[in-house]
Write a protein that binds this ligand. Structure first.
Ligand code: ADE
Length: 241
C-alpha cells in the first residue's frame, strides 16, 4: 500500500547527510531546480515519476533537524532519510541494509529526572516510523538485498552526535537500546516529523561495523553502501508513483 498521494505542492523529501549520499538521486532527477530558505538549499524535481525535494543536510542531529524543518516549510508531506550507518546488530555486515522500525537519540540522558535512557523530555522513548511507508521501503530493501546478495533488516536506528568507532560502545548501544545501527541524523528527522505528524522512514546501508576499523571502512565503503540505500529509495519511488 502506498502511504499517501504525493503532488507537486506536497512532494516527498529525500534527505541524506552527505552530498555523496544524495548526488546519485540528483543525477537521475528530472526538471531539478534549486530553491531554499535562508541558508538551507534543496532541489525540487521529479524522480522516478514522483515529485521530490532532494537535499543534503550535513552531518549531525542539529543539521538534520534544521533542514527537515525547512523542507516541511517547503511543502514536504513525507520524508525518507537515506545514507550509511555503522552496524550494531552483530549479524550485520558491510553493505547490509537497515530500515527503521523506530529511532532514538542514544546520546540523550535525562535519566536522573526519571526519563528512559535516550528519551527527550516531552517526547516518546522512541519515534516509530510510519508503518505504511516503513513496509513499502522494507519490501523494496528486501528485494534489493536479495538481488545483491546482502541482508536487509527492519530495526532500531540509534542516532547521536558521535561517530562510533569502538566495539565497547557498539555492545553498549546493543544492550542499552537494542540498536540495529548507529548514525548521526535519523532520530532528529524523526523527532521533527513526529511533531508535525508527517510520515517518515529511514533506510541505511552499513558502511562499517562501528569498531576500531570504522573510520577506514567508512571511507572505503561509503560510496558503495550509499549507492545501495539510493537503490532502495528509487525502488520505493517507482512503487509509489
Ligand atoms: N555513519 C556511518 N558509520 C557510522 C558510525 N560508525 N557511527 C556513526 N555514524 C555513522
Amino acid at each position: 500500500m502506498t502511504p499517501l498521494q504525493l503532488t507537486a505542492e506536497r512532494p516527498l523529501a529525500v534527505i541524506g547527510a552527505m552530498e555523496e549520499e544524495v548526488a546519485p538521486l540528483l543525477a537521475a532527477a528530472l526538471d531539478a531546480r534549486e530553491e531554499g530558505e535562508g541558508p538551507y538549499r534543496w532541489h525540487r524535481a521529479t524522480l522516478d515519476g514522483v515529485p521530490v525535494l532532494l537535499a543534503a543536510c550535513g552531518i549531525g542531529k542539529v543539521n538534520a533537524a534544521a533542514l527537515t524543518q525547512a523542507l516541511l516549510g517547503g511543502g514536504a508531506s513525507a520524508v525518507i532519510f537515506t545514507g550509511v550507518a555503522g552496524g550494531v546488530d552483530p549479524g550485520l555486515r558491510v553493505g547490509d541494509l537497515v530500515v527503521a522500525h523506530d529511532a532514538l537519540q542514544h546520546d540523550v540522558d535525562v535519566t536522573p529526572l526519571g526519563y528512559e535512557e535516550g528519551q527527550v523530555p516531552g517526547e516518546p522513548p522512541v519515534w516509530a516510523a510510519d508503518p505504511g511507508l516503513r513496509d513499502l521501503v522494507a519490501g523494496v530493501a528486501a528485494d534489493v538485498a536479495g538481488a545483491e546478495g546482502v541482508r536487509s533488516i527492519v530495526g532500531r536506528v540509534a542516532s547521536g552526535d558521535t561517530f562510533v568507532a569502538d566495539p565497547k560502545r557498539v555492545a553498549d548501544l546493543r544492550r542499552r537500546f537494542g540498536a540495529s545501527c548507529a548514525e548521526m541524523e535519523g532520530a532528529a528527522v524523526a523527532q521533527v516529523c513526529a511533531r508535525w505528524g508527517v510520515p517518515w522512514a529511514i533506510v541505511r546501508s552499513v558502511s562499517d561495523t562501528a569498531d576500531h576499523d570504522a573510520g577506514v571502512d567508512f571511507r572505503a565503503f561509503t560510496e558503495e553502501a550509499a549507492r545501495r540505500a539510493v537503490a532502495v529509495v528509487r525502488g520505493t519511488l517507482r512503487r509509489w508513483a
